[in-house]
Design a binder for this molecule. Structure first.
Ligand code: C5P
Length: 225
């Protein structure tokens, strides 16, 4: 089995200050370097396509281009979907499985990457997710609670998300034809009627969104727990 990983890293992360959040320092390395270590560990991965800010892609940081021969860089889009679409366009045609992982999730484990690749290799589309602990309300524009879905059926999506290559390619082709955007590739694929299954994610696999997330990730790494 041959797998490609797509790493969307073109988000500006306005809540984190000036530097794109994937490139903020975490325990001596950029956030994305932690994620790439887990992703590139699996030797079924033959290609790693990283979508970075278009200006940065014209002159990518040498440490990134020299990190591993499997790495290639593409310019990201305005939205995450655009970044994934650009990366998908450079995935080689002989790739069986595509795994997508946010650059902003540095603490993903090798085991979770392996599990996602195993599932997609067996023909199943999967997303890492964890059951919600809190009650979730749907709230109207006036601040009124309009619905409270059954908590026992709600899961918070994470990445990695992994798909047979043909499934993801078809979903993106159909989405482009209908001008559909999605914040999440599992949702995009499921929207076209393809079953997508959850695999148990990891609480540590947080997405760096606000400065406190970086502090938490740093503390976890320091404690080694
Ligand atoms: O901010 P958000 O939750 O959308 O970020 C998730 C991941 O998608 C991050 O790794 C971010 O760098 C990436 N992204 C991207 N292109 C965008 C927006 C976000 O690659 N236009």
């Amino acid at each position: 089995m041959r797998a490609a990983v797509i790493v969307p890293a073109a988000g500006q992360g306005r809540r984190m200050g000036s530097l794109p959040k994937a490139f903020l320092p975490l325990a001596g390395r950029p956030v994305i370097a932690h994620a790439l270590e887990a992703l590139l560990h699996d030797d079924r991965v033959t290609q790693a396509v990283i979508a970075i800010d278009a200006a940065q892609a014209a002159d990518p940081p040498p440490w990134l281009t020299q990190l591993d021969p499997r790495v290639c860089i593409v310019a990201g889009g305005q939205e995450r979907t655009g970044s994934v679409r650009n990366a998908l366009a450079t995935v080689a045609s002989d790739i069986d499985v595509v795994l997508i992982h946010d650059a902003a999730r540095p603490l993903v484990s090798r085991a979770l990457v392996k599990r996602a690749l195993d599932e997609a290799g067996a023909g199943r589309s999967v997303t890492a997710a964890i059951p919600v602990a809190d009650t979730v309300h749907e709230v109207g524009e006036d601040g009124r609670v309009v619905a409270t879905p059954d908590r026992s059926r709600l899961w918070r999506a994470q990445t990695p998300q992994a798909f047979p290559h043909s499934v993801l390619r078809d979903a993106y082709a159909r989405a482009a034809a209908r001008d559909v955007e999605a914040t999440d590739d599992a949702a995009l694929v499921a929207r076209f009627g393809v079953p997508v299954f959850v695999i148990e994610g990891e609480p540590r696999n947080l997405k760096i969104t606000v400065p406190d997330d970086l502090r938490l990730a740093r503390a976890w790494l320091q404690n080694g727990t």
